[in-house]
Design a protein around this ligand. Structure first.
Ligand code: SF4
Ligand code: SF4
Length: 103
């Protein structure tokens, strides 16, 4: 008799996590960023961080793409228009099937 294949809890969790990956995520154009922190204030999931810098005005920010939900609020409100939304590199790593799920 054929055995039923039951997904283990860890596998289910991993599959659910993959489904939630957004198709686009924000990245920072460090050449244009002034470090004004508007994006940090607006990000609903607090996934934008400022680099530590001796001169705060030259500090730039960085997006944790594993936490980014792709809402694009930061991109819309950056005063310097220096946040492009790009194809989620985490989906590219997963392959074409995962990209279809996120679309
Ligand atoms: S809003 Fe734009 S310029 Fe200001 S810190 Fe964020 S990315 Fe940099
Ligand atoms: S796209 Fe949304 S979640 Fe991602 S960094 Fe910008 S504000 Fe945060």
């Amino acid at each position: 008799m054929a055995e039923a294949t039951v997904a283990k809890p860890a596998e289910k969790k991993a599959a659910a996590k993959k489904k939630r990956l957004p198709p686009k995520v924000a990245i920072i154009d460090e050449n244009g960023c002034t470090g004004c922190e508007v994006c940090i204030e607006l990000c609903p999931v607090d996934c934008i961080y400022k680099y530590e810098s001796e001169d705060a005005m030259t500090g730039v920010v960085q997006v944790d793409i594993e936490k980014c939900i792709g809402c694009s609020i930061c991109a819309q409100y950056c005063p310097w228009e220096t946040i492009p939304m790009v194809d989620n590199p985490l989906l590219l790593l997963e392959g074409p099937e995962e990209e279809k799920k996120a679309a």
